[in-house]
Design a protein around this ligand. Structure first.
Ligand code: ACM
Ligand code: ZN
Length: 744
């Protein structure tokens, strides 16, 4: 009693003294994200200084949490709190058995002390994260923390973020930085999507080819791309996350999304023929053979090593997007269907998942899989991660499965199609029969798939949407968006201090427009900024723009054909992937062009002249430069305005059959002086093959040494037509994608 009074008087004196020197730092608001269940401000402040001590229960984890708190206070405020455990001005961690939810906590700040109470160390740790959020982030000798009582607990027990490190690789340092933020926002699960068609990223000692071969792919430009985590690095990440209250759940994809594994060990594929680690996105037909016993021996060996590395009670085995083509034609798979009395390949998938589930269960692990694991039936004990919508969620609940909702939180979705506000207003209770099955809804996860994401732009896709996700899953309420936005101000400052390259709330980091301006014989590249303080930097030698590359603010006029590569920079840091534009000399620039069938509106962003503007399409069909037709031929007539001399005509076509884009069957070129009499320059059958799933660009060229003089040029391309049986779009009409018709 006497002691605390003395401290009280001392505090008051100190407060007066420090206010006089204006070095006291006080924050009056509680801008906590996710919003706690209850915040009751009190009267007065707790003064934290060098004499403050941290006292904790004696168990190892509680002491570790106390140390994490002391370290955090030092990093955020510069104050090294006292190691003397008998001080009077203290922060006390203690267990309160009356707080039953393990993640729940009570944080009480009064003039004399800070008390952190929870039923479990999980809650103690989350209270520490809340305390960190109400600590002033400015440095001082003494910081004042306003009195408050916070009672808090999460609505959902599973709050996760998944990162796909298969399509692109993310270094350990990047992963740890994100785990720091997951933890800061009380997201308790990092889901590590470690294997994909395009790369196997986890060292497995018994099968070294998984990383020697499976971790590396050849990119379209011939370069080698890849990387993997050693078991030592994985243990390090798992331990780093454990200290921060984050469990790490690995995902080892099977039976699909396994081309990289099968490139390393083709003997576990149905055809048992050599495969390459693919550089193509999409769904691939080569999957693990479900008829071969050795496949299961291999997968059990792999899972044995995985289980050793990850203490989490869950193992995710993917299970999504499994084409049945190979199984249908594989004698071993067909034999398995007969011997097990299965109805079809869907039941074979179910058989596959059940075997893996039983194996994991024998090791004390629960299987998580994407919602396709319900096809053909699944054991009731598996956890279903729902990505294809509410009807899949309803199916999972009807089967009595626990589920995790992922579909509404795909953060690879462009920001303008999934804004901060939309994430904030995602209502998990809209799942059919949610209220009857509340206990089965474990929570949600925000996946980041990385076909078009690398460490350069990942943070712009994650934040600030991840803060909204944290709020949705912690509070379970559809809250007050204005209040959330007000609190975000503090969190933007926090992310700035950490150098996090977060994105805008409702628009792209950067967008581009490019047009040809025949009147001034130039092209104009325009950048649209997601933040006002973005600078566009560019190169013209094919290299990646650096922070020292030449820059433009709004637009750039380019007067000669070249390859320009441009990227947005903010605070000296590249904040989005670069974009390349290939500009080429073309006699047809400025000419007029007409089409027998109009260009599909979705792909005519640059207008009718897109085919003759000197801007050449990239390998991305939706780059705004390609033009497309579906269910129609391309028949373009170019009017050069007057007779012109030229020796060549060429045109590019895209093949990307997974997107239904197939080369035309036949391409013909003609010239005319009067648009009545046409001379055929070239006609060629392309040998178009809709079953070739590799992305490629085919250039059809007419070329002769002697110049032609003509006013009109016509290019006709005959569409492939209906997609054949076995194609993912069988029976649908193919697309023609063309760019650019170059006349020289
Ligand atoms: C998924 O997006 N294929 C789970
Ligand atoms: Zn097979």
């Amino acid at each position: 009693m006497i002691d605390s009074k003395i401290v009280g008087i001392r505090s008051v004196l100190l407060t007066v003294a420090l206010i006089a020197t204006a070095s006291i730092v006080l924050r009056a608001q509680f801008d906590i994200i996710p919003k706690p269940q209850s915040v009751r401000p009190g009267i007065g402040v707790f003064l934290l200084d060098r004499s403050t001590t941290v006292d904790s229960p004696p168990d190892h984890r509680s002491r570790e949490i106390a140390k994490f708190l002391a370290d955090s206070i030092r990093m955020q405020t510069g104050i090294s709190i006292s190691k003397n455990r008998t001080g009077n001005n203290r922060i006390e961690l203690r267990f309160d058995p009356k707080i039953v939810d393990g993640e729940a906590y009570r944080l009480t700040v009064s003039e004399s002390r800070i008390t952190i109470e929870a039923g479990d160390t999980k809650g103690l740790f989350w209270a520490v994260q809340t305390l960190r959020q109400i600590l002033p982030s400015t440095r001082g000798e003494v910081v004042a923390i306003p009195a408050v009582v916070i009672n808090d607990r999460p609505e959902y027990s599973y709050r996760g973020h998944m990162l796909d490190v298969g399509r692109h690789f993310f270094p350990v340092e990047f992963i740890k930085r994100q785990i720091d933020l997951l933890s800061y926002y009380k997201i308790n699960t990092f889901r590590w999507h470690l294997t994909e068609d395009q790369g196997w990223r986890i060292e497995i000692k018994k099968y070294p080819r998984l990383t020697d071969v499976g971790a590396w792919r050849k990119e379209a430009d011939g370069s080698k791309y890849g990387g993997f985590y050693t078991q030592r690095q994985i243990r390090d990440v798992v331990e780093y996350a454990r200290v921060r209250n984050v469990q790490v759940i690995p995902e080892i994809e099977m039976p699909g999304h396994s081309v990289a594994a099968l490139a390393a060990y083709p003997e576990y594929s149905c055809r048992q023929k050599p495969l390459k680690v693919t550089a193509e996105w999409g769904v691939h037909k080569d999957v693990f053979c479900a008829g071969n016993e050795h496949t299961f021996d291999f997968l059990k060996d792999v899972l044995d090593e995985v289980i050793e590395l990850f203490p989490s009670p869950y193992i995710h085995i993917g299970g999504d997007e499994v084409p049945k083509d190979r199984w249908r034609e594989c004698p071993l798979c067909q034999q398995r269907i007969r011997s097990e009395g299965l109805k079809d390949e869907h039941e074979l998938q179910s058989y596959f998942i059940r075997r893996i589930q039983q194996y994991l269960e024998s090791k004390g692990k629960t299987l998580i899989g994407w919602d396709e694991i319900l096809e053909g039936g699944a054991d009731r004990n598996v956890v279903v991660e729902v990505w294809r919508g509410n009807s899949e969620a309803a199916k999972a609940l009807a089967g009595g499965h626990r589920l995790i909702v992922a579909g509404p939180f795909y953060f690879d979705t462009p920001i303008k199609n999934k804004t901060l506000k939309e994430v904030f207003f995602t209502d998990l209770t809209s799942i059919p029969s949610y209220f009857e099955n509340r206990d089965l809804v474990l929570g949600a996860e925000c996946p980041l798939w990385t076909e078009h994401v690398t460490p350069v732009n990942a943070e712009s896709k994650l934040y600030p949407r991840l803060q909204a996700f944290a709020e949705v899953t912690w509070t379970g309420n559809v809250g007050d968006f204005d209040d959330f936005k007000r609190r975000m101000a503090l969190h933007y400052a926090h992310m700035d201090s950490l150098g996090i390259a977060y994105g805008p709330e409702d628009k792209a980091v950067a967008e581009y427009g490019i047009v040809s301006l025949p009147a001034i014989d130039a092209w104009r590249l325009t950048g649209v900024k997601g933040f006002n303080d973005i600078t566009f930097r560019y190169t013209t030698d094919g290299s990646e723009p650096s922070p020292r590359a030449r820059s433009f603010a709004e637009s750039l006029d380019i007067s000669r054909p070249l390859l320009i590569k441009v990227a947005p920079f903010r605070n000296g840091k590249k904040v989005d992937l670069s974009r390349s534009f290939t500009l080429t000399a073309n006699t047809a620039i400025g000419a007029s062009v007409t089409y027998a069938d109009p260009i599909d509106k979705r792909y005519a962003k640059a207008g009718e002249s897109a085919l003759i503007d000197g801007i050449v399409g990239s390998r991305e069909y939706n780059d705004g430069i390609w033009v497309g037709w579906q269910g129609a031929d391309m028949d373009a007539v170019i009017d050069l305005g007057r007779p012109r001399r030229f020796t060549s005509v060429s045109v590019n076509f895209l093949q990307q059959s997974s997107s239904w884009i197939v080369l035309p069957r036949r391409v013909s070129m003609f010239a005319s002086e009067d648009k009545e009499t046409w001379v055929e320059l070239k006609a060629i059958d392309t040998g178009a093959n809709a079953m070739d799933m590799n992305t490629s660009i085919r250039t059809i060229t007419f070329n002769q040494p002697k110049a032609i003089i003509a006013r009109y040029v016509r290019v006709n391309a005959v569409r492939f037509g209906k997609l054949p049986a076995g194609h993912n779009g069988a029976g649908g009409e193919s697309w023609i994608f063309a760019d650019e018709i170059i006349i020289r």
